[in-house]
Design a protein around this ligand. Structure first.
Ligand code: ADP
Ligand code: 5GP
Length: 187
């Protein structure tokens, strides 16, 4: 059986990663497995433990680091996020294409650990910073202070988009989803 691909999706908070991911997951022909991350942040309304994230305490997260259970992890605007290692390799061995939605620091870690040719990295960029702010505010899931911190972080992340093999601009959602699908199917 052909081993599955490892696909990384990154991009600033509010750019539309979750929205694009949902559309990708609907397309069964892509044979995707979404790697659910672990985080210390609180669930947003509607988020379900084990679906969007595994929501854990700071202590539990630290234990997972200490036990070597995470492929990568990073601190993002006051919370920790990490990728459980076990499933990623198992699903790839079973031929599934594994999708990670992680930040730029996590991506550097994965790229330094694995063969770069083995990884498809995609950065989702906003059409403009004004539009990004509109989206993150429109989602109404964070306080004003958190939004400000996330927007400041966005500029730092955008400056690192060159470490990715592909950049997709999420202007019209349908076009961004199609561009992403083409990247997967052509690899
Ligand atoms: P992320 O997962 O990157 O933080 P989300 O998927 O939660 O971002 O999207 C942030 C907000 O932007 C949501 O309200 C979503 O509906 C909206 N959104 C996503 N893509 C687009 C788009 N192409 N045009 C306009 N709004 C969008
Ligand atoms: P959010 O709180 O908006 O869900 O996610 C904040 C940021 O953390 C996003 O950039 C998201 O991609 C990133 N993130 C989510 N899961 C992981 C992970 O497992 N590892 C790393 N490094 N970043 C993650």
């Amino acid at each position: 059986m052909k081993r599955g691909l490892l696909i990384i999706m990154s991009g600033p908070s509010g750019v539309g990663k979750g929205t694009i991911r949902e559309k990708l997951m609907e397309d069964k022909s892509l044979n995707l497995f979404y790697s659910v991350s672990m985080t210390t942040r609180n669930p947003r309304p509607g988020e379900v433990n084990g679906r969007e994230y595994y929501f854990v305490s700071k202590d539990e997260f630290q234990k997972n680091i200490d036990n070597g259970n995470l492929l990568e992890w990073a601190e993002f605007v006051g919370n920790r996020y990490g990728t459980p290692k076990d499933k990623v390799e198992k699903m790839r061995d079973e031929g599934k294409n594994v999708l990670l939605e992680i930040d730029v620091n996590g991506t550097s870690q994965v790229l330094s650990k694995l063969d770069r040719n083995d990884v498809i990295s995609v950065f989702i960029a906003p059409p403009s910073l004004e539009e990004l702010e509109k989206r993150i505010r429109g989602r109404s899931t964070e306080t004003d202070e958190v939004i400000k911190n996330r927007l400041a972080q966005a500029s730092r992340e955008l400056s690192q988009k060159d470490q990715y093999r592909f950049v997709v601009i999420n202007d019209k959602l349908e076009d961004a989803v199609e561009d992403f699908k083409k990247i997967i199917t052509s690899n």
